[in-house]
Each structure stands twice: as structure tokens, then as C-alpha cells.
Design a protein around this ligand. Structure first.
Ligand code: BGC
Length: 445
């Protein structure tokens, strides 16, 4: 595998994690329950009844984890703050012990030469807010802004850039439309107000982060969408899916408008959730960077169930990860070029805030090295065509709690034995470290 790609000078190397997937310590130091604690307790919700109660025990083992990151030679670490650690019920004053944890983490990262890149919301909503409707309740957007202010006021002197939300598409569709993630609501398209309220939360928080001189990013799960065949029915289905997965979340932020939602059978005011002035609140703050989480492209066919606008179908004749996801690296080039074609000068600089794959358990993980190398090659191809990509954060540092799959899908550069919490770097960890060293050497671009 190559250990050097044609990437711009100053390109930043990182890894990404999320609070509920690694921290554990769900009852400690005043943390309140989150929707994921509740969801995990629901029989059958998570494979084999796994929960994030202990996860990687990162809440106690963070010094060891930062040592692993320092040894990798990272520029940046993307992690998330657990909202219910900072505000146990999602409202009111900050829990001092919760903020103190992130304060220590930030100081230790900086001491290791690593720039912290926190995400404010990676799906672990305080349960008390869910009890009031969660993201279906417009008020949650205002509560999020209060929480963002508490976090920024404490850490903003040392943390230059913030990601407001992680993947509002996945949270809306898996959490509120299909019910396969917390909070486990299966509302189908009536879930879409949850999307709008997350975007509103982003806009409100972005304004106050900018007021404090901080940079703002938003991370979305983006996918190039291909029709299964060139028939008009498959093309229409692909257009509908692209509207839901990509444009519903990116157009309001970058262009200040929702896409035409009629292909989904949804009114453009998203069931009355969009109030006058909302799109300005979402769009006007602007973005200092768009976070792209990329895993795979999507192939779409006309629906077999007439109640739905599309069917998702497999991509044949390509490798698949242990999760069953198709591996199509050149789709990352396609995606990045498509973003530029779609948004032009409205597109801010990009950062790949997640990319990676699950592999079988062993420490030797050639499939991960191949996945990362081929995607970095695809990324370099896009940058040589003028796409401004500033950095790459691999998902993930550690094997961790993979949501509804529990501990069954392993995404880590570092293997975790969940019985002993022993961390053991995989072959991909050594490869990533060599890659970072190679890119630090002076080179042309
Ligand atoms: C999420 C991560 C998740 C990863 C792999 C992304 O959609 O942001 O939390 O672990 O994909 O499924």
C-alpha cells in the first residue's frame, strides 16, 4: 500500500470518536440519562442487549487514549461532548464535573500537540428533553443553543473550531423515521420536523459560536446516489433519495432554502415546522467548513412498496465490509466533485470528518489499510482537481459501541478487548502513523 498521497501542504490528519460510543461512566459525576441509555434498555433494540454503559471506559482511560493519539502523531482529534454530562436534563446551569472532564481532555490534547475538534451533538440527547418531544419539539433547538454557549464559554479559549451536529440525516431517519436508533420512533416522513429543528439548532449555535470568534462546521453523512438502471422510474427514485439523504440537509445551510420535497410527498414547509425567518437563521451564519462523513455510495431503484418513494439496493461486484457496506473508493471523488458542481462558490472548505470501515476482529487488518489507502487516493484525486479539502479524520481510533450493532462491528485502528479494556494497536495503526510521518516531510503541493 502506498504511504504517501498527493495532498496539499498543511493537510491535517486526525481520528474521530463520539461520546456515547467510547466514554461509558453513564452514571458518574452527575451525568444525566440520554436517549441512548433508554434505548439500550429496550429489549431487542440493540444486538445482544449491548449498551454503552461501559463502552471503552474512556471516561477513566482517556490518558491512555491520548497517549495512543500522540504516538500516532495526529494533528487533530474529533470527539463529541455528551450533552447530558454538561447539562444532565438538557436545561439550566452546567454540571461542573461534566465540563471539568472535557476541560481536562482539551488540556491534555493540547499538551500532546493535538488540536481538539469537538462535536456538540452526536445523538445522545438528554432523556429529559426527549420526554418533552426531543427534536420534534422546536424548543430543543433553543436548549441546544444554551448548551453550546455553556460549552464554548468554558472551552472556547483553547478550542478554535466546533462541529455543531453529527449527521442530522442519520439521526432523523434512523432515530425518528425508522426507529432503529434512539429515540426509537418510527414516524416515517412525519419525522422530518426533527431534521428542521436540528438545522435550526445548528443555526442558532453557529451564530453564538461566531460571536465568540470561533469557527463552525457541520458534519453530514453524504453519499453519491446512483439509479439502479437508467429507466425513468429508477432515475426518479434516485432523485428522491438524493433529496432526502443529501440535499435536505445541505441546501438549507449552504443555499438558504429547502429542496423541492414533492418527490418525497412532503410539503416544503415540512409539516408546518418551518417558520418565517428560520431559513435565514440556518443559512446566514455560514459555515467555515463542511464536514463530510463518507462510507459508501448508494444505489437506488423504483419502489416495490408504493407507499415509499424508493428502494435501496445492493451494489454488486464490489467488496463489502463486515457491516455489509459496499466499498467503492472512487465514489468519494465523485461525491466531492459533485458537491462543487452543485454548490459552486457557496461550498466552504471541506474536511473529511469520518471515513473508515469495520473489519473482522484480528489485529492484522489488511482490509482496513486497503480501505483507507484507496479512499485517500480518491480524496487526493479530488484535491488535484481543485477541491479544497483541509483534513481527514479516520473513524475510528478505537473499536467502540457501534449503536444498534453493539460491539459487533469493529472500526478501530486500535483493537479493544471489552472484557479487560486492553487496547492493542492494529496493523492499520502502524500504517496510519507511517503515513502521517511521510506527509510531514517537505513535498511539492
Ligand atoms: C456515525 C458514527 C458511526 C459510524 C459507523 C457514522 O454514521 O457518525 O457514530 O459509528 O458512522 O457506522
Amino acid at each position: 500500500m502506498p504511504d504517501r498521497f498527493d495532498l496539499p501542504a498543511g493537510f491535517r490528519w486526525g481520528v474521530a470518536t463520539a461520546a456515547y460510543q467510547i466514554e461509558g461512566a453513564v452514571d458518574e459525576d452527575g451525568r444525566g440519562p440520554s436517549v441512548w441509555d433508554t434505548f439500550c434498555a429496550r429489549p431487542g433494540a440493540v444486538r445482544d442487549g449491548h449498551t454503552g454503559a461501559v463502552a471503552c471506559d474512556h471516561y477513566h482511560r482517556w490518558p491512555e487514549d491520548i497517549a495512543l493519539m500522540k504516538d500516532l502523531g495526529l494533528d487533530g482529534y474529533r470527539f463529541s461532548l455528551a450533552w447530558p454530562r454538561v447539562q444532565p436534563t438538557g436545561t439550566g446551569p452546567a454540571n461542573p464535573a461534566g465540563l471539568a472532564f472535557y476541560d481536562r481532555l482539551v488540556d491534555a490534547l493540547l499538551a500532546a500537540g493535538i488540536t481538539p475538534l469537538p462535536t456538540l451533538f452526536h445523538w445522545d440527547l438528554p432523556q429529559a428533553l426527549e420526554d418533552r418531544g426531543g427534536w420534534l419539539n422546536r424548543d430543543t433547538a433553543h436548549r441546544f443553543a444554551d448548551y453550546a454557549a455553556l460549552a464554548a464559554d468554558r472551552l472556547g479559549d483553547r478550542v478554535p473550531a466546533w462541529i455543531t451536529l453529527n449527521e442530522p440525516f442519520v439521526h432523523t431517519v434512523f432515530g425518528y423515521a425508522l426507529g432503529i436508533h434512539a429515540p426509537g420512533r418510527a414516524l416515517m416522513f412525519e419525522a422530518l420536523p426533527a431534521a428542521h429543528h436540528q438545522l435550526l439548532a445548528h443555526g442558532l449555535a453557529a451564530t453564538l459560536l461566531h460571536d465568540r470568534g470561533l469557527d463552525v462546521l457541520l458534519s453530514n453523512n453524504l453519499t453519491p446516489v446512483h439509479p439502479a438502471t437508467p429507466t425513468p422510474a429508477d432515475l426518479a427514485a434516485a432523485h428522491a433519495y438524493d433529496t432526502l439523504h443529501n440535499r435536505l440537509f445541505t441546501d438549507p445551510v449552504l443555499l438558504g432554502r429547502y429542496p423541492d420535497l414533492t418527490p418525497l410527498g412532503v410539503p416544503d414547509d415540512i409539516y408546518g415546522a418551518v417558520h418565517p425567518g428560520d431559513l435565514d437563521l440556518i443559512h446566514t451564519p455560514g459555515l467555515d467548513g463542511l464536514g463530510v462523513n463518507f462510507y459508501n455510495p448508494t444505489r437506488v431503484a423504483a419502489p416495490t412498496d408504493p407507499a415509499l418513494p424508493f428502494d435501496l439496493v445492493d451494489i454488486p461486484d464490489v467488496p463489502h465490509t463486515t457491516f455489509g457496506w459496499p466499498v467503492v473508493p472512487e465514489a468519494l471523488t465523485t461525491l466531492l466533485l459533485h458537491l462543487r458542481d452543485t454548490y459552486g462558490t457557496a461550498l466552504p472548505p471541506l474536511t473529511i470528518t469520518e471515513n473508515g470501515c469495520s473489519t473482522p476482529e484480528p489485529l492484522d487488518d489488511p482490509a482496513r489499510i486497503t480501505y483507507l489507502a484507496t479512499h485517500l487516493d480518491a480524496l487526493a484525486t479530488a484535491t488535484t482537481q481543485g477541491i479544497d479539502v483541509r483534513g481527514y479524520y479516520t473513524w475510528s481510533l478505537l473499536d467502540n459501541f457501534e449503536w444498534a450493532e453493539g460491539y459487533h462491528q469493529r472500526f478501530g485502528l486500535v483493537h479493544v478487548d471489552f472484557e479487560t479494556q486492553r487496547r492493542t494497536p492494529r496493523a492499520s495503526y502502524a500504517w496510519y502513523r507511517r503515513l502521517i510521518v511521510a506527509h510531514r516531510a517537505p513535498h511539492a503541493r
